[in-house]
Design a protein around this ligand. Structure first.
Ligand code: ADP
Length: 248
């Protein structure tokens, strides 16, 4: 019986956010965190949007490191947990990683507490979609690499979105090629247009392709802002295009 107070808080708070975009991947290691990170920077910079990132990957949360709020404690207030703020770009961050005592502790959630989202199409994903039933997200951006193993899990993710009524905003093809550190030319690593045909067969767009880029890896490792340091790189250009498309 009765209204659920937690659900009411979610409805009010999430309802106040203009655009809510889910970033999903079918498997780990394909660049979901990297794309979420770069997209948050692009949205903050190019769209002058107020951006918040909620990292619900209980298997390998890496967003706090990428956004430079690693090891900062989360403060409890009468209104709930206060998000951390990134030093570059004022992006608000809330991550399951920040709720741990130290980054050396691994997260083991079992049973009902395990309602956050690792890669894949599990119970956790269903919980999230259900919690957002009254404050529906714009939709999901699905990140994949061109390898068949990644695309196979992407098909499941696409079916999941369809079944749950989540709009697929489009696919992002990550690691589509390799940027040469010397001449900056991009070389294709996986031949063929697998991601494009996958997208076509599901009637969804490819929002952009991001090459494997040592400059981006270096930024991610060192905390340097790729938007500032490599504005002309294909990765930054592509992310700016995607952010434009998502918010326009
Ligand atoms: P996921 O969140 O899907 O598990 P990550 O975003 O953590 O994957 O990416 C896995 C690793 O690959 C990270 O070390 C990241 O820096 C690297 N990586 C991902 N995408 C790129 C890219 N386009 N260029 C260079 N390195 C990348």
């Amino acid at each position: 019986g009765g209204p659920d107070p937690d659900q009411e808080i979610i409805d009010v708070r999430m309802g106040a956010i203009k655009h809510k975009i889910l970033i999903l991947s079918g498997k780990g290691g394909v660049g979901k965190s990297t794309v979420a990170y770069l997209l948050s920077l692009a949205l903050a910079k190019c769209q002058s949007s107020k951006v918040g990132v909620v990292d619900l990957d209980i298997c390998g949360p890496s967003i706090p490191k990428l956004l430079g709020v690693e090891n900062q404690p989360i403060i409890q207030t009468p209104y709930g947990w206060k998000p951390l703020v990134s030093p570059n770009g004022d992006i608000k961050v809330m991550s399951v990683a920040s709720l741990l005592d130290s980054d050396k502790t691994s997260v083991i959630f079992r049973g009902p507490r395990k309602t956050d989202t690792p890669p894949g199409t599990s119970d956790e994903h269903m919980s999230i979609v259900k919690l957002l039933k009254n404050a529906k997200p714009d939709g999901a951006v699905l990140v994949t690499t061109p390898q068949e193993v990644a695309m196979a899990t992407m098909r499941k993710e696409l079916s999941f979105c369809k079944k749950m009524g989540v709009t697929v905003l489009g696919l992002v093809e990550n690691m589509s090629g390799l940027v040469c550190p010397c001449c900056k030319e991009t070389t294709e690593i996986f031949p063929g247009s697998g991601v494009a045909s996958l997208a076509e067969s599901y009637g969804v767009p490819v929002l952009g392709s991001i090459p494997m880029d040592p400059m981006i890896t270096e930024c991610c490792e060192s905390g340097r802002d790729p938007m500032e340091n490599y504005p002309e790189s294909p990765t930054v250009q592509s992310m700016m295009g995607i952010s434009n498309h998502l918010i326009s």
